[in-house]
Design a protein. Structure first.
Length: 486
C-alpha cells in the first residue's frame, strides 16, 4: 500500500486550528483575574466585616508589597505544579486537582514565610484570600472548559488526529473520538497495515498510508496527534523510534490500548522495568447494590416525596379531572437480577393506549425495544406537560422507597426487551434500575438503543457514589432543557 495522492489528501487536510496554543495564556489571564478579585475582596472584607478586630490597623496599609508578592507567588505555584500544561485542559479532574494543590502549597508557604519573616499578616485577610480565591480559580477554569466544549461543538479548537493500527482497532478508537466531540479530536486519517487498496476503513476513516509511512502522513495531513492503536506496531522498539522521530515536531503520541468504557478510577498505570503496565480494577456492580446506596435511596426518596408533595397532588388532580380515568399507570418492568415489578407513573396517555399500540407499531415499522414516538397521538393534554418535565415519573419515588428501583441506575426495561437481550446486555440487570441515569442525562429518547445499552453497562461497571451525585445534578439540567422528552 502506498500513500494516497497528495491531490486527494488536500481535500481532507485543511490547515489545522492552532488557536489551542492560546489556551495557556487564556487560563493565566483568568487565573490572574481570579486572584486579583480574591485579593480585593479579602482586603475589603477584612477591613469592613465586624467579625474581625476593628482596633487593628487596616490591612490595606500593610499589603503594598506583600499583596503583589502573595498573588504572584500563587500564580507561580500554579505554573510549577503544571496547572498550565496543555494536556490538562478540557478533560478529567487533573486540572482542578492541580489548582487545588497549588493553592494549598501557596497558602502554606505564605503562612510559613510570614512567620519566619515576622511579618504582621492579617489572619482575617489570609483566611478570606484563600477561602474566596480557591473557589474563584476553580470556577474560572470550569467556565474556560465550558467555553472550550462549546467551541469544539461548533468545530473549532480541534486537534487533527491520525490513527495507526488495524482497521478494526482504528474503527474502535475513531468511534469513541467522534462520539465524544468535547474532546476536540478531528480524525483525518488512518495508517493501517498493507492489505489492499481500500481508500477508507470500515468506520469511514480515510486511509493515508501504512504505519511505516508515519512521518510523510504527518506532513500531508498536518496532524497534531498520533494515536497508536492495536496492530500498528510489530514491537515496542517501533514505538520508541516513533517517539525519536517526532522529537523535534509539535506532535503528540497517544497509545490507545484495546480498552473502552472503563472509568479513570478503575485504571492505574505502573511502570515496571520501563514497561508501563495498566492495572484495571474489577467492575463495581457489587458496590452499586450495597447498603450505602440503599440508605441514600431511602433518604433521598423520602426527601423528594416531601418536597414534591404539592406538585404530586396538582398533577394527580389534573390527570383525574381531564378524562376521569385512572391517575396512575402501572407497567410491568424488569428489575434487579431479572425480577419484575410494577413501575408507577402518572397516566399521560388515553385510557386505551395499550390497545392502540399494535396499530402504531405497524404504522411506524417498530419491531422491538421500548416504543417511543414523537408526537404520539395517545398522549393527553396534561400528559404532554407531565412528560415534558418528567413529572409523570415522580410516582417512581414510591418504587425507590420499596426497594424496586434506585434514584440512579440503568433504564428499567420491559420483559419483552429482556427476552431479546444479548449476553452482554443482561449485565445491566445486575443493579436496580433507576429513575434517572446516564441514559437520561445524555439524551433521553433521542438515544439509539445500542447507545443507551452502552451507557447502562458503563454505569454498572464503573459505579461510584460521586457518579450518582453527578448524574442527579445533571438530571436537573436535562429535565429543564426538555431535550429528548416525549
Amino acid at each position: 500500500m502506498t500513500l494516497l495522492a497528495e491531490t486527494r489528501l488536500s481535500v481532507i487536510t485543511a490547515a489545522p486550528h492552532r488557536a489551542l496554543r492560546y489556551l495557556t495564556p487564556t487560563a493565566f489571564v483568568i487565573d490572574m483575574a481570579a486572584v486579583c478579585v480574591a485579593g480585593a475582596a479579602a482586603t475589603f472584607g477584612r477591613d469592613q466585616l465586624t467579625i474581625f478586630d476593628p482596633s487593628i490597623v487596616q490591612v490595606s496599609d500593610t499589603l503594598g508589597l506583600a499583596g503583589p508578592l502573595i498573588m504572584g507567588g500563587w500564580l507561580l505555584m500554579l505554573w510549577l505544579v503544571g496547572g498550565y500544561s496543555r494536556d490538562v485542559f478540557g478533560a478529567g479532574t487533573d486540572e482542578y486537582k492541580r489548582v487545588l494543590n497549588a493553592s494549598v502549597l501557596a497558602a502554606g508557604l505564605v503562612g510559613v514565610g510570614a512567620y519566619l519573616a515576622k511579618f504582621q499578616l492579617s489572619r482575617g485577610f489570609f483566611l478570606l484570600l484563600f477561602a474566596i480565591g480557591v473557589p474563584t480559580l476553580i470556577l474560572g477554569r470550569f467556565l474556560l472548559r465550558r467555553a472550550l466544549y462549546a467551541a469544539r461543538a461548533r468545530g473549532a479548537l480541534q486537534q487533527r488526529v491520525v490513527i495507526a493500527g488495524t482497521p478494526s482497532h482504528v474503527g474502535d478508537v475513531a468511534r469513541v473520538l467522534r462520539r465524544e466531540k468535547w474532546l476536540g479530536y478531528d480524525v483525518v486519517g488512518a495508517l493501517v497495515p498493507p492489505s489492499g487498496d481500500a481508500e477508507e476503513t470500515c468506520a469511514g476513516v480515510p486511509v493515508v498510508g501504512t504505519p511505516d509511512q508515519l512521518l510523510r502522513a504527518i506532513d500531508l495531513t498536518e496532524a497534531d496527534v498520533i494515536f497508536v492503536a492495536g496492530g500498528a506496531l510489530d514491537s515496542a522498539t517501533q514505538l520508541r523510534r516513533i517517539a525519536w522521530e517526532l522529537e523535534e515536531r509539535d506532535v503528540q503520541v497517544v497509545v490507545a490500548p484495546s480498552v473502552t468504557d472503563v472509568s479513570a478510577e478503575r485504571v492505574r498505570v505502573r511502570p515496571v522495568g520501563g514497561l508501563p503496565l495498566m492495572h484495571i480494577d474489577k467492575p463495581r456492580a457489587v458496590h452499586a447494590s450495597r447498603a450505602g446506596k440503599r440508605c441514600f435511596d431511602i433518604a433521598g426518596s423520602l426527601f423528594l416525596l416531601a418536597l414534591f408533595a404539592p406538585l404530586l397532588v396538582v398533577a394527580a388532580m389534573w390527570v383525574k379531572l381531564h378524562d376521569r380515568g385512572p391517575v396512575l399507570f402501572a407497567q410491568e418492568r424488569t428489575g434487579r437480577d431479572g425480577s419484575t415489578f410494577r413501575c408507577l407513573k402518572f397516566r399521560s396517555m388515553v385510557v386505551d393506549a395499550e390497545q392502540q399500540l399494535a396499530a402504531l407499531h405497524a404504522q411506524t415499522g417498530f419491531e422491538d425495544g421500548l416504543f417511543k414516538m414523537e408526537d404520539d397521538p395517545r398522549v393527553t393534554r396534561p400528559g404532554r406537560w407531565l412528560r415534558r418535565y418528567s413529572i409523570d415519573e415522580l410516582p417512581q419515588l414510591v418504587n425507590v422507597l420499596l426497594g424496586e428501583m434506585s434514584l440512579v441506575g440503568p433504564r428499567p426495561p420491559l420483559p419483552t426487551e429482556v427476552a431479546r437481550y444479548a449476553q452482554d446486555t443482561v449485565r445491566r440487570l445486575r443493579v436496580r434500575p433507576g429513575m434517572t441515569g446516564l441514559w437520561q442525562v445524555s439524551g433521553r429518547s433521542e438515544l439509539a438503543f445500542d447507545e443507551a445499552v452502552r451507557l447502562d453497562l458503563y454505569y454498572v461497571d464503573n459505579w461510584s457514589m460521586l457518579q450518582d451525585l453527578t448524574i442527579l445534578f445533571r438530571t436537573l439540567g436535562a429535565v429543564l432543557g426538555t431535550r429528548g422528552a416525549y
